[in-house]
Every structure is written in C-alpha cells, then in structure tokens.
Write a protein that binds this ligand. Structure first.
Ligand code: IPM
Ligand code: MN
Length: 354
C-alpha cells in the first residue's frame, strides 16, 4: 500500500490562496510520480475569518491541526486588521503552541535568477539559516507602565533557556552534518554586547560542537554577518541564531537569493507537526490578479515533502523550479514574470512529469 499523508492547508490572506493553489498542484503532480497519497484538509483561518468572527484561531484549532502530518500555510495579514493581531493570533501562536522551535530558511540563488550582488552567482549563494523560533524577544516577556504618559516605561525581554538554545543548536549541527556540504556551522550572535543571552548561546554552541568534530564551528557577530552576506555570501554553509537576529538576517538572505518571490521557510518541530510557508507575506495589492509569483510557495511545498520523508519528491520539486527559473522566468517580481501565476505552476508541473 502506498503511503498517505494528511496535510492541513491554510491558504490565508491576500495572495496566499493563489500561491497555495499552485503549490498544491505541484504537490499532487509529484505525489503521483513518486507513488504516495496526500489528503488535504482546508482551514479558512486569516483576516476574513477574524473580521467575521472576532477570533484569530477558533477554539480547538490547534488540537485539530495537531492531527495532521504537516501544515501548508499561504500568508497571514489583512489590510483591515491592525498589524500584530493576526501575526500574533495565528502565525506566532501556531509556532509556539505546536512548539515549532526551528525556523529553517534556505538561502539559495537559483540559475537564471537575477542577484542584486555584483559578480555573485549560484555558486556563491547557497546556505541555510537555522533560526530559533519560540524564544528570544518573541517570547512576549516584558510589560508597559504608565502607558501614554511622559513617564511611560516599555520593557521587552529576550528569553533564552538552556533547553531552548541547546535543542536549536543541536538541530543545526545535525542539519549541517546531514547536508554535508562545507560542514561549517556559524553561530550568529552579539557576544560583545548581549553578554548574558549570547554567553549562554556561545557556551552551549561550543559544548555541543565537541560532539561534532567533523563540523567546523565558527562564530560571527550579527552586524558583521549583514556585511558578509553582501560581500562574501560564499563563506556560509549553515548559520544558527536566535529568533530576532534570525528574523532580520533571513530577510536579507531572501533579497540576495532574488527576493520574496522565491524565499520559503519551514517552522519545524522535529517531534511534532511542522508548518511550511512562503515568507513573502500576503501582498494584498496583488490579490486576485493572477500575477503573483508562486515559486516561494512551491518551494515551501518541496520542503514540506522533504520533511515528510519524501526527500526524492522534494528534490524533484526543487529541480523543476530551477528549470523554470533557468529557462523561463524573466523576473521574480509580481507582474513581471512573463507568465501568470497559474502558468508558472503549470511550468513546474511540466518539468516534474517529463
Ligand atoms: C517571519 C515573519 C514573522 C516573524 C512575522 C509575520 C510575525 O516576519 O516569518 O519572518 O517576525 O517571525
Ligand atoms: Mn520576518
């Protein structure tokens, strides 16, 4: 009997449904080729649902999602909803409650994709950021006093636990070993100023490093990393960092790989349910026009399959995407691809089935 996977699909807001539809098209095609079944269940969480019901996630939603093998998410964010409500109420809540403690962000320049860096090509840009995804400044610790007065005090604390740091660092070493490319793991921190939090990170990192003698353990300050992403991206293989620094450097990473049209990520709980998403957001101004680039969502679908132990199928999706970037797409930007959203999905499928 062939394997079957239950996938929860949250198309979400803006262009989310359009790009997810292309991703599903691709997942279906590749599942036929590799002989596994997928069962999809759609969830309408997002801005519209919030505006209708006043709740970001209905009660029981998390329990329901837990019954699936993986979650495929389009985008969250609605122009009529105050910033922060949906991000915290849906995306961050799912990351926390499903304990998706890793945010995995491959930064890879595909052939044919225009790179904003002079003299850099696909041979220079191919690294992965392992971002801690449940702690740090995102933990929600802190508070406000005397709000709205001249004496207002706002405190937002970065929470770093030994357990949280260690599981993230261990994941990164394992990932680096499995990837087996340059076998180099760089801790991105700020040990010269954040001497409590990054002391914990640094000690944990070098302790765990002893168990991985074949991996070169390296360190760089976050500000220096932003320079080197631009000047020497080829120095990096795998990078591990905290939640906030990871948020920032992965957007910079997305730009050097060609932009939001191609950048995908995974929110991973290695022992639980993981969630895969294009990182570009809901792009409301392109909603319903069939012009948005679905490749990031398609790549997220490929990551989802790799995570489900369908590594060959996942790699096949990536190869097909690379054929499309190399041979077809003019630009990754919405409306400038030379193809519609649905045509790009069809092209990827064509390379999968041929
Ligand atoms: C990301 C996003 C989120 C984050 C937002 C939407 C809450 O920017 O996935 O990087 O800050 O983590
Ligand atoms: Mn971000």
């Amino acid at each position: 009997m062939s394997k079957a996977y239950n996938i929860a699909v949250i198309p979400g807001d803006g262009t989310g449904p359009e790009v997810i539809a292309e991703g599903i098209k691709v997942i279906k095609a590749v599942s036929q080729k590799y002989g596994f079944k997928i069962d999809l269940k759609y969830f309408n969480f997002g801005g519209e649902h919030y505006l209708e019901t006043g709740e970001a996630l209905p009660s029981g939603a998390v329990e329901e999602l837990k019954k699936h093998d993986a979650i495929y998410l389009g985008a969250i964010g609605h122009p009529d909803v105050k910033p922060g409500v949906l991000e915290k109420g849906i995306l961050l809540r799912l990351r926390f409650e499903l304990d998706q403690y890793i945010n995995l962000r491959p930064v890879k320049l595909y052939p044919g994709v225009e790179c904003p860096l002079k003299d850099k090509g696909p041979e220079h840009i191919d690294f992965v950021v392992v971002r801690e995804n449940t702690e740090g400044l995102y933990a929600g610790a802190g508070g406000v006093l005397k709000k709205g007065t001249p004496d207002e005090v706002a405190v937002q604390e970065s929470i770093n636990t030994r357990k949280g740091v260690e599981r993230c660092v261990r994941y990164a070493f394992e990932y680096c070993k499995k990837r087996n490319k340059a076998n180099k793991l760089t801790l991105c921190g700020k040990t010269n100023v954040l001497t409590f939090a990054f002391d914990l990170w640094e000690r944990t990192f070098y302790e765990v490093a002893k168990e991985y003698p074949d991996i070169k353990a390296d360190y760089a300050h976050v500000d220096a990393i932003t320079m080197w992403f631009i000047k020497n991206p080829e120095w990096f293989d795998v990078i591990v960092t905290d939640n906030m620094f990871g948020d920032i450097i992965t957007d910079l990473g997305a730009m050097i790989q060609g932009g939001m049209g191609i950048a995908a990520g995974g929110n991973i709980n290695p022992q639980g349910v993981s969630m895969f998403e294009p990182i570009g957001g809901s792009a409301p101004k392109y909603k319903g026009r069939n012009t948005i680039n679905p490749l990031a969502a398609i790549c997220a679908g490929g990551m989802l399959l790799e995570h489900l132990d369908e590594a060959e199928a996942g790699k096949c999706v990536e190869r097909a995407v690379m054929q499309v970037t190399a041979n077809h797409i003019k630009s990754l930007a919405a409306g400038q691809m030379g193809y519609t959203t649905t045509e790009v999905g069809d092209l990827v499928v064509k390379y999968i089935i041929e």
